[in-house]
Design a protein around this ligand. Structure first.
Ligand code: NAP
Length: 436
């Protein structure tokens, strides 16, 4: 029997469990740990609340959880409640699938001013993450700036621009919906340090911006390369750029009645976030040009007003005591998923925050192949039974999958009209629902 511990119950964790089941069938026992009492990580707390079809992938993970050789072990923080060394004593392999839950920093002055947020915090806020539920961004302001040209920037723009009615059917948490009702935002500037051909936005997500009730996407023709250059782009990117061209071409008459301008400002690198009395008031920007694909400052600067800034430039993994960390890339130091014999990483914790949810599936299979080569048939380690004894000795309040199902049921029951659920945002409330 092989004993596997997977740390993190998001897509990377579940696809790894699935791969282990496929390879070993009943000859493996898998414990999936999460520091929160609720499973699914990025699916619950990262994927936008108005993208319910993407969130639906949780059903696949649920099926994995319900099989007899997989357990969800919630409300246990590895590195605090139990050390990595202790887990390695108990399991043949420990796989870190902890994602990349922390914001990368821009390193520019003013990043810590009031009403400036990283996307991990901001996305966590509207998705009901217990760590960010009380973020309380001030949206009763006129000008917002979103830094970054990736899909997270698009999520943030969409959430800021949508009307209450457009959130019908989403599971955006009530505290965010109520606060967004107070929005006075008239302009959202999206800053890209490079140009339209370099965006990291996918067509489906970018296209949504063109169909919002009150958002008015604007692109300056002058920023767009000649049409003929689009032919060299890969097809998805070409579609995205075509959408940008479409935004540039929207006639003024068709923009009537749209109250939120979404201005794409390309070749625009933020240099300083300006503030007064501790709060953001604007962003100083330097024009850039491309040199060998890189953004290089031209020396020309200008300032735009901003009373809310959301920085969406990517994420990094949280270090865990005793696990070697690659500071430069913000992930665990690893060789194709192997950190050391018996210790592995997968998903964003292995490769950094890139790719889609589906990218984690081959990742999971690849790491299980490495583990198979290292551990053979297993070394007769105690696995889950050993962990249970340790948890009892430490009085850990472990939340099992059946407990989660009670939380799930309670969340569904308290949903507002049309919403799939109303998430609990306090850990105590999750635990209380689990015990009910
Ligand atoms: P991302 O795709 O890596 O985009 C980050 C953006 O930030 C890039 O435009 C990058 O520009 C810019 N940037 C980085 N450092 C900067 C700096 N110092 N100053 C200014 N701009 C800077 O990251 P993400 O948007 O956080 O998304 C993470 C992953 O999740 C991606 O794989 C994404 O596709 C995925 N995701 C998917 C969906 C979806 O499918 N619906 C939704 C959300 C997220 P450069 O290119 O110049 O570096």
């Amino acid at each position: 029997m092989r004993q596997i511990a997977i740390i993190g119950s998001g897509p990377a964790g579940y696809y790894t469990a699935e791969a282990a089941q496929k390879l070993w069938g009943d000859a493996v026992r898998i414990d999936i740990f999460d520091s929160l009492p609720v499973p699914y990580g990025l699916i619950r707390f990262g994927v936008a609340p108005d993208h319910q079809s993407i969130k639906g992938v949780y059903r696949r993970y649920e099926a994995t959880s319900l099989s007899s050789n997989v357990r969800f072990v919630g409300n246990v923080t590895i590195g605090r409640d139990v050390s990595i060394g202790e887990l390695q004593e108990l399991y043949d392999a420990v796989v870190l699938a902890t994602g990349a839950p922390h914001d990368k920093k821009t390193g520019i002055a003013g990043e810590d001013l009031g009403n400036v947020f990283g996307s991990a915090a901001f996305v966590g806020w509207y998705n009901g993450h217990p760590g960010f539920a009380s973020l309380d961004p001030d949206v009763a302001i006129g000008d917002a700036v979103v830094i970054g040209n990736g899909n997270v920037a698009l999520d943030v723009v969409r959430i800021l621009a949508k009307t209450r009615a457009e959130f019908h059917g989403s599971d955006i948490v009530n505290h965010a919906l109520d606060l967004l009702d107070r929005s006075r935002i008239g302009k959202i500037t999206v800053l890209g340090r490079r140009g339209p051909h370099q965006i990291a936005m996918t067509p489906k997500e970018l296209g949504e911006l063109g169909h919002l009730e009150r958002a008015n996407p604007r692109v300056d023709f002058a920023d767009l390369p000649p049409d003929s250059e689009d032919a060299a782009l890969e097809p998805g990117q070409r579609k995205s750029v075509t959408l940008l061209r479409g935004f540039a071409a929207i006639p003024e008459a068709d923009r009537a009645g749209k109250t939120i301008d979404v201005d794409f400002d390309f070749f625009a690198a933020p240099r300083t976030i300006l503030g007064e009395a501790g709060r953001v008031t604007g962003v100083e920007i330097e024009r850039t040009r491309l040199e060998d694909g890189k953004a290089v400052g031209t020396g020309e600067t200008y300032t735009i007003p901003a009373q809310l800034v959301v920085i969406c430039i990517g994420y990094q993994t949280s270090p865990i005591p005793d696990v070697p960390f690659d500071e430069r890339n913000g992930r665990f130091a690893n060789d194709e998923g192997r950190i050391s014999p018996g210790l592995y990483c997968v998903g964003w914790a292995r490769r950094g925050p890139t790719g889609t949810i589906g990218t984690n599936r081959p990742d999971g299979f690849a790491v299980i192949e490495k583990i198979a080569a290292d551990i053979g048939g297993g070394a007769g380690k105690p696995g889950g039974q050993g962990f249970d004894a340790l948890a009892a000795a430490r009085d850990l309040a472990v939340v099992a999958f059946d407990d989660w199902r009670k939380i799930d049921e309670a969340e569904v029951k308290r949903a507002r009209d049309g919403a799939p659920r109303e998430k609990f945002v306090a850990i105590e409330d999750m635990i209380a629902a689990a015990k009910s």
